[in-house]
Design a protein around this ligand. Structure first.
Ligand code: FMN
Length: 405
């Protein structure tokens, strides 16, 4: 299961986790365990009601630290002030309707609510409750008040709820939780207000209704770019062929199948886009005359396919470019550093990311990639072989440095 954040993001992060009395408190055990293993320093605070749902000892064992719940815990320091100064953020998960109401109403009658008043901008609420509780206007009004003073809120998922009902109010699954937390904590939000269009994955060019020509692109690079752009505050649209990886959360996803679908969808969104990153592995050719019925092998010892060239979408985008930053991807096993600058110029791109295809090491169907970042001013940055999510962040940061700072 792919989760889109760079592996080193959680190393040495100092996070307070405030657990309140919701039925989904048990799920937070998994979140805390994952973050501790990823290298974060997690300190847990529990409300009295939370202890009805999960024991302190579980978090104590996972974090190898005492769990705090008493506001009047005696010690050298005033606990709620000390914790909020010492830790980078306070994640309240699950956040009950009650704690949201207390904090919005200015009540600090226990350790967790008192922490909130020390620095509300550091607080991230992860509400989880029954669908009707979630849609209760008082809860929504309280959240608006909290957002207005700089507190961040992770919108709950929709689905089966512990109470047996269905709807919004569900605590997000672990991969969505971790990814969204990465988006919320990522700083600076250097692409805030920008629209980023990304294409990813392979295309399928049908020979008959069930057979097709394709390639081994998994879509991991494009999905990682989508998450990295989203984490920097961009409004991201991902157009993707049939991919073998999970689609990142928090973005708009448009599934397509063939290169012609990809062209139609890309052109539809291109005019409203600030940055367009074409990382899909688009087929160069398609069968000129696909069969409407399954091709039978009876009586045939040979099958000759006639292929015609697909439209060059990147060149078309280059021709239509007005103010968009157009980023092409080229993957080569041969003369990469001759091909990449040629394509950059010929297709009127602003940037070309050149990928080295080394089977099993870099490029298709592996988690790592070796790339060069070339821009139209002739500058070239040699990026070492790295994890695709790390590479995605590096590419987005170079784009920001060249075009948005
Ligand atoms: C079985 C059970 C499950 C509950 N689940 C939730 C929940 O998921 N979300 C919520 O907002 N409140 C839930 N509540 C209500 C809270 O436990 C109650 O409001 C409590 O006062 C919250 O205290 P706290 O916010 O200090 O932790 C539940 C109560 C019970 C008895």
């Amino acid at each position: 299961m792919n989760i889109y954040y760079p592996p080193q993001f959680w190393k040495k992060k100092k996070l307070l986790f405030g657990i309140t009395g919701g039925i989904s408190a048990f799920k937070v055990v998994g979140f805390v365990s994952h973050l501790v293993q990823a290298g974060s320093d997690i300190q847990v605070i529990m409300t009295k009601a939370a202890q009805q749902f999960i024991g302190e000892n579980t978090f104590n064992a996972l974090t190898r630290k005492p769990v705090y719940s008493d506001l009047f815990e005696s010690g050298e320091k005033i606990l709620h002030i000390h914790l909020m100064r010492e830790y980078e953020n306070l994640v309240v998960a699950p956040a009950t309707a009650n704690i949201i109401g207390k904090m919005a109403g200015g009540i600090g009658d226990d350790l967790l609510s008192s922490c909130f008043f020390v620095d509300p901008k550091k607080v991230i609420f992860v509400p989880a409750m029954n669908v009707d509780m979630w849609h209760n206007p008082i809860v929504q009004e309280n959240l608006k008040k909290l957002v207005a003073i700089g507190t961040r809120v992770m919108v709950p998922s929709s689905g089966n709820l512990a109470c047996g009902e269905r709807g919004e109010g569900r605590l997000p699954e672990q991969e969505v939780f971790l990814e969204t937390l990465y988006y919320l904590l990522c700083s600076p939000q250097s692409l805030q207000g920008k629209k980023v269009l990304i294409t990813a994955g392979p295309t399928r060019e049908y020979i008959d209704p069930i057979r097709y020509l394709t390639n081994s692109s998994s879509g991991l690079m494009g999905c990682s770019l989508a998450a990295a752009a989203r984490a920097r505050g961009a409004d991201v649209t991902l157009i993707g062929g049939p991919m073998s990886v999970r689609i990142p959360s928090g973005i708009r996803y448009i599934p397509i199948v063939s290169s012609q679908d990809l062209k139609t969808a890309t052109l539809e969104h291109y005019d409203k886009t600030d940055v367009c990153i074409m990382s899909a592995a688009v087929a160069d050719y398609r069968p000129s005359n696909p069969s409407a019925v399954k091709i039978k092998k009876q009586g045939k010892t040979e099958l000759i396919l006639n292929l015609i060239q697909n439209p060059d979408i990147l060149s078309e985008l280059g021709r239509r470019k007005v103010s968009q930053i157009l980023v092409g991807f080229c993957a080569e096993d041969g003369d990469l550093l001759v091909e990449a600058p040629r394509k950059l110029q010929q297709k009127n791109c602003d940037v070309m990311v050149a990928n080295r295809i080394l089977p099993g090491e870099s490029g298709f169907e592996v988690d790592k990639n070796k790339a060069w970042f070339l821009n139209k001013n002739g500058e070239m940055i040699d990026i070492p072989l790295m994890d695709k999510m790390e590479l995605a962040e590096t590419i987005i940061d170079h784009l920001v440095a060249f075009y948005f700072s």
